[in-house]
Ligand binder design. Structure first.
Ligand SMILES: Nc1nc2c(c(=O)[nH]1)N[C@H]1C(S)=C(S)[C@@H](COP(=O)(O)O)O[C@H]1N2
Ligand SMILES: [Mo]
Length: 344
C-alpha cells in the first residue's frame, strides 16, 4: 500500500468507519436448508449449465482481493481480504451466450434473496465468489460458506449464501432494489443509495396535510420544514425521507422503517421510535428531549455531525430514552457523544 492512501480518501461521502475489528451482520441472518450439501449452480443464458460442490470450487484457481466494504446504511470497513474463485473463471467454464447481458446472484435463503449486475461490469470489477475472509472460512452470519463480493458498489450487491448464478438477457431487479428502492447502480462515491421517490410531489403534499403516514410506502418523501406535529407513521416505510427542520413533536414512528432518513435539525420532542429501524438516519441538530428509541436498530445513525467546521449536535438529556443495548452498535464517536449527554 502506498503512503498517501489516506484513510479519509477511502471513505465515500456520508459513510463512517465501524469500530476496529467490528463487522455487523446486516439483512438476513441465516441461510435456508442448512442440512443439504452446498452446491453452486450456474444457469440461464449459458452454453452449459454447471453445478459445483464446495470441494470442486476449491480445485479451481483461487484469487484473493483486499477491498473496502461500504454499506448503504452508512458504515464502512476498510481492508477486508476475501479469497475464492473469480466469477470470470466460473463463467468461462459455463460459456456465456451472446444474449447474456446480466448476472443475477441468488441466495439459499427463505426469501431467495438476490441482486444483479451487468455481466461485463461484474467481470471487469473482478467479482469474487468468496469462501474465505481474512484467512478463515466465512462464517454463516456473513454469508458462509459462500458469497459473491463486488468491488466498488454498496455491499448489497454482495449476496450471502450464494446458491445460484443466473445469466440473463434482461435485468431482473434484486430483493433490496425492488422491495426497498435501493439504487440498481449502487455507486458509493456518488451516493447512489435509492431510486426515485415512491411518491410524487403533489401526492406527498396532500398526504402531509393529513398527518397520517401509517403503513404507507413513502420512500424518499420530502417533508422538509413541514409541520407534522402528532404525525402518525406507525409501520410506514420512510427510507431516505427528508424531515429536515420539520416539526415532528409527538410523532409516532413505532415499527417504521426510517433507514437513512434525514432528521437534521428536526423537532422530535416527545416522538416515539419504538422498535423502528433508524439505521443510517441523521439526527444531528434534532431536539430529542422526551424522545423514545426503545427497541430501535441504530447502526449507522448520527446524533452529531460537523458541517462547515461547526459541530451540529442533537439535544439529548435525561428525558431521552436510548437504552445502552440500543446504543451499543453506534459508531464509536457517536456512542461517546450520546453516552456523555446521558451521563453514562
Ligand atoms: N442473502 C442476503 N444477502 C445479502 C443481504 C440479505 O439480506 N440477504 N443483505 C445485503 C446487505 S444490505 C449488506 S450491507 C450485506 C451485509 O453483509 P454482512 O451481514 O456480512 O455484513 O449483505 C448483503 N447481502
Ligand atoms: Mo447494506
Amino acid at each position: 500500500m502506498t503512503g498517501n492512501s489516506l484513510e479519509s480518501n477511502r471513505i465515500p461521502p456520508g459513510q463512517q468507519l465501524v469500530a476496529p475489528g467490528k463487522w455487523p451482520v446486516i439483512g438476513e441472518r441465516e441461510p435456508a436448508n442448512t442440512t443439504d450439501p452446498w452446491t453452486l449452480n450456474v444457469t440461464g443464458a449459458i452454453a452449459k449449465p454447471l453445478s459445483f460442490s464446495l470441494a470442486e470450487l476449491s480445485t479451481l484457481p483461487q484469487t484473493s482481493a483486499t477491498l473496502d466494504i461500504h454499506c448503504v446504511t452508512r458504515w464502512s470497513k476498510l481492508d477486508v481480504t476475501f479469497s475464492g474463485v473469480l466469477l470470470e473463471e466460473i463463467l468461462n467454464r459455463a460459456g456465456v451466450a451472446q444474449n447474456g447481458n446480466f448476472v443475477s446472484f441468488v441466495a439459499r435463503s427463505v426469501r431467495r434473496h438476490s441482486t444483479s449486475l451487468r455481466i461485463d461490469h461484474a467481470i471487469k470489477q473482478n467479482t469474487l465468489i468468496a469462501l474465505n475472509v481474512d484467512g478463515a472460512p466465512l462464517d454463516s452470519g456473513h454469508g458462509g460458506p459462500i458469497r459473491n463480493i463486488v468491488h466498488g458498489k454498496y455491499f448489497y450487491k454482495s449476496v450471502k449464501w450464494l446458491e445460484q448464478i443466473e445469466v440473463l438477457e434482461h435485468d431482473r431487479l434484486g430483493y433490496w432494489e425492488s422491495d426497498s428502492g435501493y439504487h440498481n447502480e449502487a455507486d458509493p462515491w456518488t451516493e447512489q443509495r435509492y431510486m426515485v421517490p415512491s411518491i410524487d410531489r403533489r401526492e406527498s403534499i396532500k398526504l402531509i396535510e393529513t398527518r397520517d403516514f401509517s403503513n404507507r410506502d413513502l420512500r424518499s418523501i420530502d417533508a422538509t420544514e413541514r409541520d407534522l406535529h402528532g404525525l402518525i407513521a406507525t409501520g410506514a416505510s420512510l427510507r431516505d425521507a427528508k424531515f429536515i427542520r420539520a416539526n415532528l413533536t409527538g410523532a409516532n414512528f413505532c415499527n417504521a422503517n426510517l433507514s437513512n432518513a434525514h432528521f437534521h435539525n428536526a423537532n422530535l420532542r416527545g416522538a416515539s421510535f419504538l422498535n423502528a429501524d433508524v439505521e443510517g438516519a441523521d439526527f444531528s441538530g434534532a431536539d430529542l428531549r422526551e424522545t423514545d428509541f426503545t427497541g430501535c436498530s441504530v447502526i449507522g445513525a448520527s446524533f452529531f455531525s460537523v458541517v462547515d467546521g461547526q459541530q451540529v449536535c442533537a439535544t439529548i438529556d435525561s428525558t431521552t430514552t436510548l437504552p445502552p443495548e440500543v446504543a451499543r452498535p453506534l459508531f464509536p464517536e457517536q456512542l461517546k457523544f450520546v453516552n456523555q449527554k446521558l451521563g453514562r
